[in-house]
Design a protein around this ligand. Sequence first.
Ligand code: ATP
Length: 210
Amino acid sequence: MLNIGLTGGIGSGKSTVAQFFKNKGAYLIDFDVLAHKVEEPGGPAWKQIVEEYGSEILNKDATINREKLGDIVFQDKKKLETLNGIVHPAVFKEWVHRMEEIKKEKKDAIVISDIPLLIEVGLQKYVDLVILVYIPPEEQIERIRTRNGFTREEAEYRLHSQMPIDEKLSFADIVINNGGPLEETRKIVEKYWPELLEREQSKRKRETEQ
Ligand code: ATP
């Protein structure tokens, strides 16, 4: 099994690239989905979040209103750190569990984990390879404005609450430039796929030789 961390910046195209890899046969683990799961009522992070931010951030059905929570934490670095301190350990546990399940199902799986904060949180040491989905910051603003209907100010606010994408470049083993048309990005993914299969094979060979 090859364990790949896929990251980028907000709106750089992580989900898009992850889907292209899935089409090639990769297993996907989406950290946003894992985070939702641990934040569901009764989930391992839900109670702590409500204790920290109050029941005002809940919907009528007791689910967390992510927009309200987002409004709070994206305006206050400390509050964002506190939230991350609750959610990240719970997500990490889910991640490990999911990887164990995949390994049982397919020992030669290529697993792509879409991890927005991979570098910020320092998860590099838990993956075999880091893939960075890159577009220039100005294009990030354009894409999230189009996708979310944000004003320029809102888009910039979210962008600036993150580590700049250019600072992430040096952490990447592979950089996928998603600045061009989708078809071009799909071709880049296809170009890298055989290399990932080879890396998986040689990793497994090394492990059996040990
Ligand atoms: P987030 O971190 O916000 O979840 P993401 O990194 O997963 O975002 P996507 O959701 O894949 O990014 O892409 C952001 C937006 O840009 C989407 O609306 C997507 O359809 C669009 N997009 C992705 N790649 C391209 C491309 N090559 N050309 C044009 N638009 C693109």
